[in-house]
Design a protein around this ligand. Structure first.
Ligand code: DON
Length: 471
C-alpha cells in the first residue's frame, strides 16, 4: 500500500488545540492554517507514476491542468458543499475570491478557472516531487501558512516521504480481502468486523437480525479503533490481535441476537476519556489485470478553508483526524485514545478504506468517501459482493452505520425501512437519519470470462465506465 497520508508539522504538539482551561478549540483543528497537515498527495502521485505508471506524470496530469486553466462549470453539488463551508471561506480573501462571488455562492454552471493551480500542477509534472516540496511552490505554501498563523516550515515539506506498507489482509469465508494499513483505520476495522461476522451465521439470520449483527460487530471494531489505533510508526498497536480470528470469536460471544449492547458497557474506555466532507475515490482495473484502489482526502469540503497565495493549493484540515485531547471527538464524531494524540511528524488516523476483494473467479476493487462511515459502506458492499452481486448492486446497498460513539445507528434516507426501524428500536438501538453520504466507486473483473464491469454510486457525482484508452 502506498501511503501518502498527511503528517503533522515538526512544530506540532499534543496540546496545540487546547485553550488555557484545557478545553479543545474545535475551530483551530478544522478551520485555518493550524488545521492543515503537511500534504502527501503530490509525493504519492509522483511515486506512483515513477514506480508503477505506464504514462508519464505530465501526461496523466494534463487533463487536470486543462480543467484548471480552461475552467469547468460548477455543479449543484459543488454549490451545496460551498454553502456548507461559506462562512469559513469568507474569512480569507484569496479563497473567497476564488470560489465565491462577493461572498455569495456562484450560480450553477459558473465557470471556475484556477490558472495558478494549473501552474502548480505543471511544476509537479515537470519537476516531480521537488516541484511541490521545494522551490517556489514550497516557499509560497510556507509563507502563506505562516502569515495565517500556522506552524509549517520549509523543513516540513522537504522531509515529507511517502511510505510503502504491507496492506491489511483478511479472509471472510471464501473471500480474500486486501485493504488499507495504518495509519488508516479502514482495513483493520473492515477485517475485524468481517472476522466477527464470520462467526455469527449471517446467512441464516432474518433481515433484522442481519442488520443488528452488523451494527453490533461495527460497535466492537470501532471501540477497538478508539482504544488502540494510531500511527504505528509512533505507537505500538496490537494489530495481530485485532485481526486474529480467535479474538473476533471472543468479541462475537458478547453479541446477543435479541438485544443491543450499550457502548458504555464496553470495557477499557474509562469515563474520564469520554467526553461534512471532501474526499475522492478511484477504483481501476486495467486490461492487464493491474488494479488500483485510491482514496484521496483533504477532509472537510474545501479543507481548512484557505489557499496558499499564488498556488491555488487548498490546504487540508486533516489535523482534525488526530485526537486533540483525551476527551475530544473529531469532526465525524469519532472518539480516540492516546495512540492517536498529536506528535511532530506523526500521521493522523484515517477511515479511508481502499480495498480489493477476491473470490475464485472474481476480483473487485472498491472504496468511497464519507469520513467515519467509509468502513461500514465498504463492509456492506463486500457482503453484497459475497452474495455474488456485481458493482451496480454494491454501490446501491442500503446503508446504515455504527461507530461505537455516539451510541447511535446512522442510516441513509431509505437505508432502513419502517419495519426494520421498529424492530431495531425494540432491540434497544437508537436511530438517526443522515444525509445520503455514499459515493462509492466499484469495478470488477471476471477472471475466467474477462468481463469488466464498473459502477458509480447514484448518491454521488462519480462516473464509471469500461473503455479502451488510447495512449
Ligand atoms: O481520513 C479520513 O478519515 C477523513 N479525512 C476522510 C474524510 C472524508 O471522507 C470526507 N468525505 N466525505
Amino acid at each position: 500500500m502506498l501511503d501518502g497520508r498527511e503528517k503533522s508539522p515538526l512544530a506540532a504538539h499534543k496540546d496545540m488545540y487546547l485553550d488555557k482551561q484545557g478545553q479543545v478549540n474545535k475551530q483551530l483543528s478544522l478551520n485555518g492554517a493550524l488545521a492543515a497537515g503537511i500534504p502527501g498527495m503530490s509525493a504519492a502521485l509522483v511515486y506512483l507514476s515513477k514506480n508503477y505508471g505506464e504514462l508519464s506524470l505530465a501526461k496523466s496530469l494534463a487533463p487536470a491542468i486543462r480543467h484548471a486553466e480552461q475552467g469547468f462549470a460548477i455543479s449543484e453539488r459543488h454549490r451545496k458543499l460551498l454553502r456548507f463551508r461559506q462562512s469559513v471561506l469568507k474569512q480569507q480573501t484569496e479563497i473567497a475570491e476564488l470560489f465565491l462571488v462577493d461572498g455569495e455562492l456562484p450560480k450553477k454552471g459558473t465557470l471556475l478557472q484556477q490558472k495558478a493551480l494549473a501552474e502548480t500542477l505543471r511544476q509537479i509534472a515537470v519537476k516531480g516531487k521537488a516541484g511541490f516540496y521545494q522551490g517556489d511552490i514550497a516557499d509560497k505554501l510556507v509563507q502563506s501558512v505562516q502569515e495565517l498563523g500556522g506552524i509549517w516550515q520549509l523543513e516540513d515539506l522537504k522531509k515529507y516521504q511517502v511510505k510503502l506498507r504491507q496492506p491489511v489482509v483478511g479472509q471472510y469465508k471464501e473471500l480474500q480481502i486486501t485493504s488499507a494499513a495504518l495509519p488508516s483505520a479502514g482495513g483493520t476495522l473492515l477485517v475485524e468486523t468481517l472476522n466477527i461476522l464470520e462467526t455469527l451465521d449471517l446467512e441464516s439470520a432474518d433481515e433484522i437480525t442481519h442488520q443488528h449483527l452488523i451494527i453490533e460487530s461495527l460497535r466492537h471494531a470501532f471501540h477497538d479503533r478508539a482504544l488502540y489505533l494510531g500511527d504505528d510508526d509512533f505507537v505500538a498497536v496490537p494489530s495481530e490481535r485485532l485481526l486474529n480470528k480467535q479474538y473476533a470469536y471472543g468479541l462475537a460471544s458478547s453479541i446477543r441476537a435479541d438485544k443491543s449492547l450499550k457502548s458504555d458497557a464496553l470495557s477499557g474506555y474509562s469515563k474520564a476519556q469520554q467526553g461534512g466532507r471532501n474526499t475522492t475515490h478511484f477504483s481501476i482495473i486495467d486490461d492487464q489485470g493491474n488494479r488500483v484502489a485510491a482514496t484521496l482526502s483533504i477532509n472537510f469540503p474545501f479543507g481548512a478553508g484557505i489557499v496558499a497565495k499564488g498556488t491555488v493549493v487548498v490546504l487540508n484540515n486533516e489535523m482534525d483526524d488526530f485526537q486533540a485531547s483525551e476527551k475530544a471527538v473529531n469532526g465525524y464524531g469519532l472518539v480516540g485514545g492516546k495512540a492517536n494524540l498529536i506528535a511532530p511528524e506523526k500521521r493522523m488516523l484515517s477511515s479511508m478504506n481502499p480495498s480489493f476483494v477476491e473470490q475464485q473467479g472474481r476480483i473487485g476493487v472498491l472504496g468511497t468517501l464519507g469520513g467515519s462511515r467509509i468502513p461500514s459502506m465498504v463492509l456492506l458492499a463486500i457482503l453484497d459482493f459475497a452474495k455474488g452481486n456485481d458493482p451496480s448492486s454494491q454501490v446501491r446497498v442500503k446503508r446504515f452505520h455504527h461507530q461505537y460513539k455516539p451510541d447511535i445507528v446512522h442510516y441513509e434516507k431509505g437505508g432502513l425501512n419502517e419495519t426494520e426501524m421498529l424492530a431495531l428500536k425494540k432491540l434497544g438501538h437508537q436511530l438517526k437519519q443522515y444525509y445520503n453520504y455514499g459515493n462509492m466507486q466499484a469495478v470488477q473483473l471476471g477472471k475466467s470470462t474477462g468481463i469488466l464491469s464498473a459502477a458509480s454510486d447514484p448518491c454521488g457525482e462519480g462516473f464509471a465506465s469500461v473503455q479502451k484508452i488510447s495512449q
